[in-house]
Design a protein around this ligand. Sequence first.
Ligand SMILES: NC(=O)c1ccc[n+]([C@@H]2O[C@H](COP(=O)([O-])OP(=O)(O)OC[C@H]3O[C@@H](n4cnc5c(N)ncnc54)[C@H](OP(=O)(O)O)[C@@H]3O)[C@@H](O)[C@H]2O)c1
Length: 254
Amino acid sequence: MTTCKIDYQAPEGLLADRVILVTGAGDGIGRAAALAYARHGATVILLGRTIAKLEAVYDEIEAAGGAQPAIFPLNFEGATLKDYYDMAETLDREFGRLDGILHNAGLLGRIMPFEQYNPELWEQVMQVNINGPIWMTQALLPLLKSSPDASVIFTSSSVGRRGRAYWGAYSVSKFATEGFMELLADELEHLGSIRVNSLNPGATRTAMRKTAYPGENEMTLRTPEEIMPTYLWLMGPESRGHNGERFDAQPPKA
Ligand SMILES: NC(=O)c1ccc[n+]([C@@H]2O[C@H](COP(=O)([O-])OP(=O)(O)OC[C@H]3O[C@@H](n4cnc5c(N)ncnc54)[C@H](OP(=O)(O)O)[C@@H]3O)[C@@H](O)[C@H]2O)c1
């Protein structure tokens, strides 16, 4: 059972005074989420691997009068445990706490028969989609614990909830994401101040979707901006009490 909040209307100051980290914030869904969170009052930390894209989002937030964001360049492919702990130290110095993480950065890899899949590509996808985010989360836990009300969102996919032919490492990484979400939610449940959930954006008009479905008419897809209600609800205080649950940003197709 999953829940979708596409009709949610976020109040203006929903995320006022909250410090929120968004990974893959330079493009696609992450970019839309960073802008939406900033528009609702958050101080957003923009993490990604392409600095020019992060700078463009930074400028957009500033131009719209949002709280001053921060840029954190990081490539999940090469990052080490030390990088994540150094990052935690920097964020602790600058902000003292984290009220939310949107784990959104993702790599598709290739859609092809498993027989042809090579281990290097498999590991690259697992590194970006699950291993990197896991160790980053470990390093950032003390900052999340310093928040009175923190929300951690892991981005899933329909192929992380039901296996589908040819989706290879991407599908397996999303299954692992769901599993990690559940165990972390269970481990932190007793704190009562950190909720951990997963969110499947559903088919959304982005570069990744175009790579996966090159022949599709993209105008039939929702834009990243259109799926933001669930992203806002799950990051904001109204989702308090929901922990270890699976959400959908779009209603399932009939
Ligand atoms: N679009 C869909 O239909 C759909 C459906 C289900 C799930 N999802 C999930 O939604 C999330 C966002 O996807 P999207 O469609 O918005 O994809 P996208 O447009 O390709 O954006 C992916 C983002 O992840 C960043 N990224 C990729 N590799 C990275 C790395 N090694 N280190 C740091 N950042 C990295 C990219 O940075 P650059 O900009 O520098 O490339 C980009 O900002 C992903 O987790 C994806 O699996 C999407």
